[in-house]
Structures are given as structure tokens and as C-alpha cells.
Ligand binder design. Structure first.
Ligand code: ATP
Ligand code: MG
Length: 356
């Protein structure tokens, strides 16, 4: 029995709801990853079947030291678990253990158009001025991301704002595959559409956490300045030091959100506070409107240390046990591969590859 695509009779119910998302093992996880992604990953576990992936194939689109990559992979895994992801109820694994991601990405490289990829802003930012010298992998990063999601025919993808454009591309790829192969999809019994249109889940006050040193740049693992970000591995002193030194302006905090518009650094810190306190920026300003930054930053330090301290401690405990981490990844990879292999069999039939 084919695993079922969208049909005329049952368009809404055809795809099983499933969450997929990934984080690259490219360095220290930071507050942006935590608020933009990990907090959402944890919350979605109650409602959906979730697959959370450490995307090491993505990481090597820029140079990674082979001595550091396994450590970074285990550290991201430890962060997933420390934040509260349950690897037994859900699936946690690293991408390179499931070869179907790369296999489907090749098919998608033949579906996506050069013109689509030429519009991707992440490539432009990461390649910088020396574009001729960027890897082809960095350029085709979004087709691999589409494969990550669609090899599980995932319907919901929690990501930060920076990944919105890539999600839109994933949707375009799914759509074009469904259109190009419509007859074959029908003929093989998958109805009108083989791939779902994955929905981005981007909500809340911290979907784009900005650098603490420059309110116009997003907080990133790959930023050269460690002062630009709060790492999940930072201790209380480091967190306090970085927040106290965070760039601000000399004005007091406004009492309403529109007062944050021309003040990116203030907006960022208020957004971080709101996300950590699980409230809105408006509520934070109701409390701190008129306050000086010294007062607000002291409160933010307390809140950040309270929220991140236990995660930091649990991550330390977990990374000290790489055998356990590797067993989580191996178990997750085996379970992920069952789903991915099923999709690839169908894709091969649909495309017309002769298979065993
Ligand atoms: P890199 O600089 O290597 O790209 P990164 O910090 O952007 O690292 P990723 O692994 O690319 O981290 O992204 C993991 C998840 O974290 C994605 O869902 C991404 O949208 C989200 N994310 C990354 N940076 C931020 C940020 N500053 N604010 C909110 N979400 C973010
Ligand atoms: Mg990134």
C-alpha cells in the first residue's frame, strides 16, 4: 500500500502531521538558536511527532576541522536533550547517518532552478565578496534543506526568521516535483501530490535575535566575536559580562513598542527578555518603560542566568558521556532511516529509476 498523498476526496487529511527541523554543528549554540529554534522544538513535542536533526552535511558547506566536528555534533545533541527534547518519544540523530538526505537532495538539485537559488540571501551573506571561491555545497544548501524536510514528508518546520526564504524554496520544490511528476505520482497510487507543502513555524518575540555588538546583524555561531552572542555553554559570569557590555543607546526604555522602532539594540534586548520571560514586548515595556538600561540589564542578567543555568549544567553532564550521546544518535538514525527509505523508494518509482 503506498503511503498516501493528497487525494481529491481527502485533501486536508492526506499527509500525516510531522515536525522536522535541524541545527548545524558549526560551533557554540547561542541564545538565538535557543529562543528561535530549541524552545519551539521542545514545545511542539506534545502535539506532533518530531524529528530533530544535527545537520552535519550542512555544516561542511563551510570548512569544519575534522577534529572539532564530532565534538560540535555531540554538543548540539546535548543541547537538544538538555533543553527537554525526548529522544525516545521523538527522533534525534545526525544527518550524515541517513544517506537518503543526500540522495533526495540530488533529485531536488534537478528540480530547483538556478534562478531560484540565485535569490537566496544566506548564500550572498555567507559567500561574501569572494563568491567564486564559495563551495557548491554552500550554494545548493537550500536544496539539501528541502530534502531534509521532505524525505520525512514533514508538514511543520520550526525555524528562526532567517530560514524563512529557504522554507519558501522548499515549498516551491515540493510543488514543482508534484507538478512535473503528476502523472507518475497518480500512476503509482500516490494521489494528486506526493510531497506536502511544509509550513514554517516562526512566531514570538525572538524569531531573529540580533548580535549584542551590532543590532543590524543576527546573532550567529559563525560570528568571529564571542561578545556578539550568549552561548549556551557560557557560565553566569560570562552571561552577566556580555549583557552588561551589550551595545545600547543612552535613552531610557520607552513605554510602548513603537518607541523601539528606530532603536534596534533596545528592541533586541526587550525581545530577548520577553522571550525568556514567556511574555510579550508590550508587557516588558509596561514593566520597564522609563527605566534606564542599567536597571533593565540587571533584570535581564538575572532572568537569563535563571533560564540558561540549568541547561548549561545538564549540557556539561551530557557531553561528558559521548558514548550515551552516540547511542542516542545511532538509535535516532535507525528510526529516521526507516521513514526516509520508504520515501526514497517511492521517489525512485515516481522518477523512473529501476530499483532492486
Ligand atoms: P551559522 O552561523 O553556522 O549559520 P546559526 O547560528 O545561523 O549558525 P543554524 O544552525 O544555521 O545556526 O540555525 C539553527 C536554527 O537556529 C535555525 O532554525 C535558525 O533559523 C535559528 N537561528 C539561528 N540564528 C538565529 C537568531 N539569531 N535568532 C533566532 N533564530 C536563529
Ligand atoms: Mg545559520
Amino acid at each position: 500500500m503506498p503511503c498516501g498523498g493528497a487525494t481529491d476526496e481527502d485533501p486536508g487529511m492526506a499527509f500525516k502531521e510531522r515536525v522536522f527541523s535541524g541545527v548545524q554543528p558549526t560551533g557554540n549554540l547561542h541564545l538565538g538558536n535557543y529562543l528561535g529554534a530549541l524552545v519551539k522544538f521542545v514545545a511542539l513535542q506534545d502535539k506532533y511527532d518530531c524529528i530533530y536533526c544535527v545537520v552535519d552535511l550542512h555544516a561542511i558547506t563551510v570548512w569544519q576541522d575534522p577534529a572539532e566536528l564530532p565534538k560540535a555534533t555531540r554538543e548540539v545533541t546535548a543541547a537538544f536533550l538538555a533543553c527537554g527534547i525526548d529522544p525516545k518519544k521523538h527522533i534525534v540523530f545526525n544527518q550524515s547517518q541517513v544517506a537518503e538526505h543526500a540522495e533526495l537532495a540530488w533529485v531536488f538539485n534537478c528540480i530547483a532552478r538556478l534562478g531560484w537559488l540565485n535569490r537566496m540571501t544566506q548564500f550572498k551573506e555567507k559567500a561574501g565578496k569572494d563568491r567564486e571561491n564559495a563551495s557548491i555545497g554552500l550554494y545548493s544548501y537550500p536544496t539539501l534543506m528541502a530534502a531534509d524536510i521532505l524525505v520525512y514528508r514533514a508538514t511543520h518546520v520550526p525555524v528562526g526568521e532567517d530560514q524563512k526564504q529557504h522554507l519558501e524554496l522548499s515549498r516551491d520544490i515540493a510543488q514543482k516535483f508534484n507538478n512535473d511528476f503528476a502523472k507518475s505520482i497518480q500512476a503509482h497510487g500516490y494521489g494528486d501530490a506526493f510531497f506536502p507543502q511544509p509550513e514554517p513555524l516562526i512566531q514570538g518575540p525572538a524569531t531573529r535575535v540580533m548580535s549584542l555588538r551590532d543590532g543590524s546583524k543576527k546573532m550567529s555561531k559563525s560570528d568571529a566575536s564571542d561578545q556578539s552572542r550568549i552561548n549556551l555553554t557560557d557560565d553566569a559570569d560570562a552571561i552577566a559580562h556580555k549583557i552588561r557590555r551589550a551595545k545600547t543607546d543612552p535613552e531610557a526604555l520607552p513605554s510602548e513598542e513603537k518607541g523601539l522602532d528606530p532603536r534596534p539594540e533596545a528592541d533586541n534586548l526587550v525581545g530577548i527578555y520577553a522571550a525568556l520571560a514567556e511574555t510579550s514586548k508590550a508587557d516588558v515595556l509596561r514593566e520597564f518603560g522609563g527605566a534606564q538600561f542599567s536597571t533593565f540589564k540587571a533584570a535581564l542578567v538575572d532572568l537569563a542566568v535563571t533560564r540558561l543555568g540549568p541547561i548549561n549544567a545538564e549540557m556539561k553532564r551530557l557531553v561528558a558521556d559521548p558514548v550515551y550521546i552516540d547511542s542516542v544518535l545511532a538509535d535516532g538514525a535507525a528510526r529516521a532511516q526507516v521513514i526516509a527509505a520508504e520515501t526514497m523508494k517511492a521517489v525512485k518509482d515516481i522518477v523512473g529509476f529501476v530499483r532492486r
